[in-house]
Design a protein around this ligand. Structure first.
Ligand SMILES: C[S@@+](CC[C@H](N)C(=O)[O-])C[C@H]1O[C@@H](n2cnc3c(N)ncnc32)[C@H](O)[C@@H]1O
Length: 231
């Protein structure tokens, strides 16, 4: 598979950089938050999970430890090389067609905000097409003020993650510039993000035949979705 840089996305810093500008070395050192526990609370124990955009396995590994069976998908071979204990699949999410079905499909890391609406639709269709009967999709979306409270920063391990800017570059699309500064290295990532109000997010789900089953966090950033035909 030929992996090319995605237009509007790039990154700098030591080591391999993915087509969407993520640094493999950086994701190997950012500690995971409480997402694996939230996921574990929100789906049946022992479920089969299709994890889309798994990176180095920051979430994959804690999910395996919690007893889930994970198939981990990413378009970066350098990211997948670092995943342990899960089956890995090298593929863009939006064209994935495994011909298999899973209890849970996980689309985290704000990938639903893809700059291209076609890519977003493709990703959400992939979610729906890989769902087993009775299954659910877990989606992580941006907070409502995500593009407004800029610049901002937070600690990550012994470093700092800074959102330096988020500027409109087209109708409904922003270019976001991040910097990750550690004592021994600095990485940057520039990527496109399409902010989605709750109404726009629900419309995006509806376009592919999904609907919200539950907002799992008070800030609405984690969502469980199911096929729209499910009662
Ligand atoms: C921000 S990183 C997050 C990785 C992981 N979810 C985590 O929390 O550590 C996004 C990952 O998704 C992958 N990715 C982004 N867009 C993708 C796409 N359209 N198809 C496949 N992989 C994609 C990147 O290669 C990268 O590894």
């Amino acid at each position: 598979m030929e992996v090319r840089r995605r237009e509007g996305y790039h990154g700098t810093g030591p080591g391999a950089i993915t087509p969407d500008g993520c640094a493999v070395e950086l994701y190997s050192r950012i500690p995971v938050d409480d997402s694996p526990d939230l996921i574990a609370r929100s789906v049946p124990a022992g479920a089969t999970i299709l994890e889309l955009g798994c990176g180095v396995g920051r979430m994959t590994h804690p999910l395996l430890e919690r007893g889930f069976t994970v198939t981990a998908v990413d378009e970066s071979p350098e990211m997948l090389e670092r995943v342990r204990g899960a089956r890995t699949v090298l593929s863009p999410i939006e064209t994935l067609d495994l011909g298999e079905h899973f209890d849970v499909v996980l689309l985290a890391s704000f990938l639903v905000h893809a700059g291209s609406e076609d890519v977003r639709r493709g990703m959400l269709r992939t979610c729906l097409d890989h769902l087993a009967a009775g299954g659910c999709v877990l989606i992580q979306r941006e907070g409502s003020d995500w593009h407004d409270v800029v610049p901002r920063e937070r600690k990550v391990g012994d470093g700092v993650a800074r959102v330096l800017s988020s500027e409109p570059v087209g109708p409904g699309v922003n270019s976001v510039h991040f910097e990750y500064a550690f004592p021994d290295a600095v990485w940057t990532q520039t990527f496109l993000s399409r902010p989605l109000s709750t109404e726009q997010f629900e419309q995006a789900l509806a376009e592919v035949g999904l609907r919200v089953d539950a907002y799992l966090t008070d800030d609405g950033t984690w969502v469980r979705a199911v096929p729209a035909t499910t009662t």
